[in-house]
Structures are given as structure tokens and as C-alpha cells.
Design a protein around this ligand. Structure first.
Ligand SMILES: Nc1ncnc2c1ncn2[C@@H]1O[C@H](COP(=O)(O)OP(=O)(O)OP(=O)(O)O)[C@@H](O)[C@H]1O
Length: 730
């Protein structure tokens, strides 16, 4: 029911009129301020008259209350008397247990057509609550039992003027008429002669507005009792207080021991009602209490580390938040008290006990009930969120000290994020910037989800706080236009069949479902194992070969990891977070690098030795060829012979046998020695190469090197190349 009830009043005086009146009375001539005030009163009365003529069908409210505030009705009336005088017929006592619908005609700005809004009014059940009007949460035109698009219900509560404000000479700038309409007047400073001619005011209309005399029970009964009933029907509900610092949010939500607030009254009511509703008293009430302080979420019932917000099917949840099961109202009260002690409050210049955080109390009610239509047992689950927001404030209004200003900045940031979300929701934007702050993340469900939401805007009457009050009323007015999704009923429609055959069928079906789910779970676990094994393998290949000392450590670590993986309970094991080995042991890395270098040097040495060996072989072959004229023999045969190692060996053997004293004890060919002995790398490295072995114990390296010809190597010859290649391959 978005009502465009906002009107802007700005009256400019007629200069001619002022002149005529200002000099008519000698008293006025003495006091120019008084004279101006008189003029303003006349003009305001004129304006009101004009407005009445324009709208014609105005049913309620006969004049702009700012006129009264300026002193036209000087009679000293208490606010309660005012309330009664301006009382809406809807608020008149009703006969017990009767419901009445009152049609209220509210003119729409700039439009001739008037529209009747029917508002069902119930007489409150409780004896303590008097003169209370209840609103239907499902939208005023919602048909019973039919889920319809809802909206946020917005209420305004005015607190009494504090002694401090009175002492400071502040005047009341807010006036509530008919428990619905709020008139806000801006007073120009008496010394501000330029603006003295102007009277400015704004008019708002809300679902209900509470004057400063309203007691806690009435506020609860009007704003939240219906919501508790909705929660017991299996829906979700949220109540949040919004307003400037010191406007009375905490008083409304928590209250005092003598005057308990909405939180306490709602829990009492919930316990009383759930006992009546639940089948055989089978119910459970659990609660959690958290605060958002400086953009961190903290558990108020078991303080510790900051909590992380996660999105799941149920909406945004704080992971690890303690849920306490409460069995009685007293227990809840105790928990609430405990939570409040942990809540961050600090004195500021405006409020002695200013809440520096947003506090969220969530109560989940679950109970079993028999469905009257089907006679089956159903479980209903409803969630009620009660939120006391931190106050919006000006930096100067609080403190300039660092911590306070940081807190203030964070509070303002989250409230700004809240207003951005309200704006986006009202404008029907696709993207709602919930993620801009923790508060809006937590309120996501309440603002844009399927939830029954109530906003209580708290305002101060003081003219000193005019800016803050105007701001609060502006956002409250905007919030009225937010459309919420139809509320889901969180009902477990599980029905137990009556006949035995049906029951066994159901058991079979459930067993099948169960095994399918188990299979799915196994597959998921296998996939997870495979991925983790892959990542493990990658890690192990990227790390250098472990030292024997470390290998045992790694083995044990891997074993642990495997155990964790097999258990399938942990996705991020401590091992996955472990640093690479190098980070842990830089000494080991150094050692390993040195080893690698040494090995590379060794390899290079070996390569050189092999090259030398090849050269020696070349030399030897060359010598043989020269001596025995193998070349002529090969070429002279008319066919190109391919020399193989075997053929060469044979030739060498033949040569040795025939011509050279190879077999004699005087001289042993180094090549034969080499052939007989399988040389190791170390033989070469230590200078045990046959090529450098001295005959009769003398070193002949100089001899060998001196004999190395400068001519192209024999390996370049076709016949020898293949041989060498074969030997290389070998
Ligand atoms: N309706 C009321 N009747 C009587 N006293 C009230 C009422 N509302 C507020 N107060 C008093 O006004 C003072 C400030 O109220 P409260 O602490 O609730 O403000 P607040 O909006 O929660 O401020 P903050 O945002 O700084 O926490 C308190 O001393 C409180 O007792």
C-alpha cells in the first residue's frame, strides 16, 4: 500500500500584507520578532484554509500541526491528551472479539481521485494491551490463505523530549496526528531574519505512528504480535529499528527491566503461543544473537573470532554462529542479557549508552501440528529476526576521537548501503547492492526475500535533531514502497501413510533414495580424491628430490593427508596449506643445488674424456691402416666394405697375431687392454685411461697427445662413421 502522502509546505509571505499589519499595533512595533510570528500564523492559517478548499474531501486532520507548533494553540496539553483529541475513530474502543474495518480517505498529492484503504482492526487479545490497532501483514487487500506480494510495514515512534534537550531550549518539531500522520516542522532561528518569513514542514503518512506517550506493549501489539503469529504459521519475519543515535531504538527493541521492549515481549508471546499450537507440546525454540561491529560479525552468546557470512539455501548465514535451544522465557531472557553485556556500547555526546553495533536476535520456532484437512502431522518452522540497528549520526554529533569516528563511519557506511538497497528495491532494479556491507547481506532476506518485514523508525522530537529526524522519516517513507516476495510457508509436508502396504512402499522408496544419495556422495568423494591426488602429484613433481632425512617426514605427512582424504571430512587439509619444502628448509635447497652443480661438472668431465677416447681410437685405427694397407685391400677388392667393430677387431687381432707383438709379454696394446677391461668413469677421471697408461708404468699422455694428427678424424670416413655410431649406441 504505497501511499504518496508526502507533501512539501513552503509558504512565502505577501510583502503587502506584512506592511499593513506590522504597523497597526504599537505593541508589535516594540517587539519586531513577535510581529513576524503573528504574520506567519496568519499566513499559515490562510494556507491551511486554501489547502482544505483544494482537497475538499479531507476526512482527517484539519490543519497543519506546524501551526500549533508555532503557537496558535497555546493551550498546554499533554501529548496523550493530544493523541486522544486527534484520535482516529479506528482507535476507539471496540467491543470484545470483534473486528471492524475503517475506511480512511487520504488525498493523493496532485490527483483528484481519492482512494479508500480498508484497514482491518482487531481488538488485542491480551489484557495488558489497550487501545491497539493491528495490521494485516499480507498486504491490506490480501485474501486469507493466499500468498500475495507483500510490502514492508513501516511504523514511526516518537520518544519524549529528554531533560538535556529541554535545558538546551529545543522545541518539538514532530507532531503525530491520528496515530498515522507525522508532521515535521523546521524552525528558523529567531536571529535568522532572512528566513523568518518562511515556515517549512513535511508531512508523512505511515502504517502507524506512536506519540511519545505510547507504551511498549502497544508498540509490540501493533508492530510485532501479528508477525509472531506468522512465524508460528511457518513463515519468516523481521522487525528492525532504524533511526538516528539516541532516537530510542534500543529502548524500543530491548527496553528496560520495568518496560521490556519488542524483543522480550515477542519471545514471551512466542513461547505462550507455541505451547498452545504444538501437538502434545512438542516444540523447540532456538536462538542466536550476533552483532555487526566495524564490519565484522561477532557472536554475542559465545564471543570469539569474527564470523564469516555464507550464502546457502536458507539465505545469508553466519558460519559457526551458536544456536542455543531455550526451554523457557526466563532462559531466553538470561541469554539476551548475557548477549547484551557482550554488545559494544560506548557513551557519545548524544547518547550515554550508545550502541555502536547492529544487533540481530534470531529465534527459530519449530513445532509439530496436525493438519486439520489431511489429519497428518506436519512440522512448521518459522524464523523471527529482531534487529536493533546502530544509530545514524553526524561525525560532530558523536565524537571526534579516532575509534568513535571509525565506528561512526562504519555505522554510516552500512546504513548508507541499506539506503542504497532500499532505493534499488523501490526502483525495481535488477541488481540490489546487498554485498556492500555485512548489514545488508544479513538483511537481504528481510528486504528482498520472502519475509514479513516491519520497520520501526525512531525519531526524536527535538528541533536540534531536525536533520536526523527528516532523514529517518525520508528513508522510512521510501521503505514503504519496497515490495517483498510472497512469504513461503516452511512446512514439512511429510505425511505418514495409514495402511501398512503404503508404509512399506514408502520405506522402500526412501531406501532407494537413500542408496542413490549414498552413491552420489561416493562419486563426489572419489572425484575429490582424484583432484586432490592430482594436486599432490603436481606438488611433488615441482619440489626437488627429497633428502633421506626429509623423505620420512614427507611420507608421514602424506599418510596423514591420505587418511584425511579417505575420511572425506575435510576439503582443505592442513597439508594443502603447507608451504613448499624450500620455504621450510633453505639449507636443504642450497645443498641440493650444490649437488646438482657437482653432477653437472662431473658429466662435462666425462664427456670430454669420452671425446678423448674416441680420438685415441681414431689414432690407433689410423696407425693400423698405415701399417697394413687395409685401405688398399678394402678399395682394391672393388667393393666398398663397411667396417664394423667386429671386423675391425678381427683385423686387429689378425694384425696382432701376425705382425705386432700384441700377444707378447713385452707389449700389450692399450686397445686390447681396454677391450678386456670394462672401464668405469672413475678410471677415466683418475687418469687410469688406457690411452694415458704408461707402458711399463710410465705415463704416456704426452706421447699420445704429441702423436694426435691434425688431419681430419677417421670418424669422418663413411666406413668408420657407422662403426663409431654403433659403438656410441652400444
Ligand atoms: N519511548 C521512550 N520513553 C522513554 N524514554 C525513552 C524512549 N525512547 C528512548 N528513551 C530514552 O532515550 C535515551 C536514548 O535511547 P536509546 O538508547 O534507545 O537510543 P538509540 O536510538 O538506541 O541510540 P543509539 O543508536 O546511540 O544506540 C535512553 O535513555 C532511553 O531510555
Amino acid at each position: 500500500m504505497p501511499l504518496s502522502t508526502q507533501s512539501h509546505i513552503s509558504v512565502h509571505q505577501s510583502e503587502a500584507n506584512v506592511r499593513v499589519n506590522s504597523y497597526s499595533s504599537p505593541i508589535l512595533r516594540k517587539n519586531p520578532n513577535h510581529e513576524l510570528k503573528e504574520k506567519m500564523r496568519t499566513l499559515t492559517a490562510f494556507y491551511e484554509q486554501h489547502k482544505l478548499n483544494q482537497h475538499g474531501t479531507r476526512a482527517i486532520g484539519t490543519h497543519h500541526p506546524s501551526v500549533d507548533l508555532l503557537g496558535r494553540n497555546q493551550s498546554k496539553k499533554t501529548s496523550s491528551q493530544e493523541g486522544e483529541e486527534n484520535q482516529d475513530p479506528a482507535l476507539l474502543p471496540l467491543p470484545q472479539n470483534r473486528e471492524r474495518t475503517v475506511h480512511v480517505f487520504i488525498p493523493r498529492q496532485g490527483k483528484d481521485n481519492t482512494r479508500a484503504y480498508s484497514c482491518p482492526i482487531k481488538r488485542p487479545a491480551g489484557p495488558t494491551v489497550k487501545n491497539v490497532r493491528k495490521l494485516s501483514m499480507g498486504g491490506l487487500e490480501a485474501a486469507p490463505g493466499k500468498a500475495e506480494e507483500g510490502r514492508i510495514f513501516v511504523f514511526v515512534r516518537l520518544r519524549p523530549m529528554s531533560k538535556k534537550e529541554k535545558d538546551a531550549g529545543s522545541r518539538s518539531c514532530v507532531r503525530i496526528v491520528n496515530r498515522k500522520e507525522v508532521y515535521l516542522t523546521e524552525f528558523a532561528s529567531e536571529n535568522d531574519y532572512l528566513r523568518l518569513k518562511r515556515v517549512r514542514g513535511r508531512h508523512f503518512c505511515f502504517d502507524a505512528a506512536f506519540p511519545d506517550s505510547t507504551d511498549q506493549e502497544e508498540v509490540y501489539a501493533t508492530t510485532t504480535s501479528e508477525l509472531v503469529e506468522r512465524v508460528l504459521q511457518g513463515q519468516n519475519g523481521t522487525v528492525f529499528c532504524y533511526g538516528a543515535t539516541g532516537a530510542g531504538k534500543t529502548y524500543t527493541m530491548l527496553g528496560t527491566t520495568d518496560n521490556p521492549g519488542v524483543m522480550v515481549l515477542a519471545i514471551k508471546d512466542l513461547f505462550a503461543k507455541i505451547r498452545q499450537c504444538s501437538l502434545d507440546g512438542a516444540h523447540s525454540v532456538s536462538l542466536s544473537y550476533l552483532e555487526v561491529y566495524n564490519e565484522t560479525v561477532r557472536d554475542l552468546l559465545s564471543p570469539g573470532r569474527p564470523l564469516v557470512l555464507r550464502e546457502d539455501k536458507q539465505g545469508t548465514v553466519a558460519a559457526g554462529l551458536t544456536q542455543y535451544r531455550a526451554f523457557s522465557t526466563d532462559e531466553v531472557m538470561r541469554l539476551l542479557q548475557q548477549g547484551n553485556q557482550n554488545r559494544t556500547t560506548e557513551p557519545t555526546r548524544v547518547n550515554e549508552t550508545s550502541s555502536r553495533s547492529h544487533a540481530i536476535l534470531q529465534v527459530v520456532a519449530e513445532y509439530k501440528v496436525e493438519d486439520p484437512a489431511t489429519k497428518s502431522i506436519i512440522t512448521r518452522v518459522g524464523k523471527l529476526s529482531l534487529i536493533d540497528l546502530a544509530g545514524s549520526e553526524r561525525a560532530l554529533a558523536t565524537d571526534q576521537r579516532t575509534l568513535r569516528s571509525i565506528e561512526g563511519a562504519n555505522i554510516n557506511r552500512s546504513l548508507l548501503a541499506l539506503s542504497s538497497c532500499i532505493n534499488a528495491l523501490v526502483e525495481g532494479k535488477k541488481h540490489i547492492p546487498y554485498r556492500n556491507s555485512k548489514l545488508t547481506q544479513l538483511l537481504k532476506d528481510s528486504l528482498g526475500g520472502s519475509c514479513n518485514t516491519v520497520m520501526i523508525a525512531n525519531v526524536s522530537p527535538s528541533s536540534i535533531s531536525f536533520g536526523e529526524t527528516q532523514n529517518t522519516l525520508h528513508w522510512a517513507d521510501r521503505a514503504k514502497e519496497i515490495k517483498t516476495k510472497p512469504s513461503n510457508i516452511n512446512e514439512d509436508p511429510f505425511k505418514v501413510p495409514e495402511t501398512e502396504t503404503d508404509q512399506s512402499k514408502l520405506v522402500l522408496q526412501l531406501q532407494k533414495e537413500n542408496s542413490e544419495l549414498r552413491q552420489q556422495l561416493m562419486q563426489c568423494q572419489q572425484k575429490l580424491l582424484a583432484t586432490q591426488a592430482q594436486s599432490l602429484a603436481c606438488n611433488s613433481t615441482s619440489t626437488p628430490a627429497p633428502s633421506p632425512i626429509l623423505s620420512s617426514q614427507c611420507a608421514s605427512a602424506q599418510k596423514t593427508k591420505r587418511n584425511i582424504l579417505l575420511s572425506g571430512t575435510c576439503f582443505t587439509t592442513p597439508d594443502t596449506k603447507r608451504k613448499p619444502l624450500g620455504d621450510e628448509n633453505p639449507q636443504l635447497v642450497k645443498e641440493l643445488k650444490k649437488k646438482v652443480k657437482d653432477l653437472e661438472a662431473e658429466l662435462e668431465k666425462q664427456r670430454k674424456e669420452h671425446l678423448m677416447q674416441l680420438k685415441q681410437k681414431d689414432e690407433f685405427i689410423r696407425g693400423l691402416i698405415a701399417k697394413k694397407g687395409i685401405n688398399e685391400k678394402c678399395m682394391g677388392g672393388g667393393e666398398r666394405r663397411v667396417l664394423t667393430r667386429a671386423s675391425l677387431r678381427k683385423t686387429v687381432e689378425e694384425v696382432g697375431e701376425l705382425k705386432s707383438p700384441v700377444r707378447s709379454h713385452r707389449f700389450v696394446s692399450p686397445i686390447q687392454q681396454q677391450a678386456n677391461k670394462k672401464r668405469s668413469f672413475w678410471d677415466i677421471a683418475n687418469g687410469n685411461s688406457p690411452s694415458i697408461l704408461a707402458i711399463n708404468g710410465r705415463k704416456t699422455r704426452s706421447h699420445v697427445t704429441a702423436e694426435v694428427p691434425s688431419a681430419p678424424s677417421m670418424l669422418l670416413q663413411d666406413s668408420v662413421v657407422s662403426d663409431v655410431e654403433t659403438s656410441k649406441c652400444c
